[in-house]
Write a protein that binds this ligand. Sequence first.
Ligand SMILES: [Zn+2]
Ligand SMILES: [Zn+2]
Length: 95
Amino acid sequence: MAVYLRKSSRDVTSEITDILSSESIQNVLNLSQATKKHPCEYCGKLFKTNWERKRHTIIHTGERPFKCEICDFRCSLRHHLKSHLARHFLPTTQQ
Ligand SMILES: [Zn+2]
Ligand SMILES: [Zn+2]
């Protein structure tokens, strides 16, 4: 457990390397990797939560669970449907 920093003022590069390889930094790096534990089964992209992964997976499956009740519009994300619905209720000025 001998942790020592080289104090040579010229050798800045190795000092930075020492800092980067220090235990605390490594722990932080490991931690940030460990929080992303949900890989996409299609592209391998990592997500922090299962929910995020599921939402992402939709872009591969093409699943569109949100349907507009006014027209035939379908989409994969709830907020897309919301912004679509807003169009029906907005005054039709712009097109
Ligand atoms: Zn993916
Ligand atoms: Zn619609």
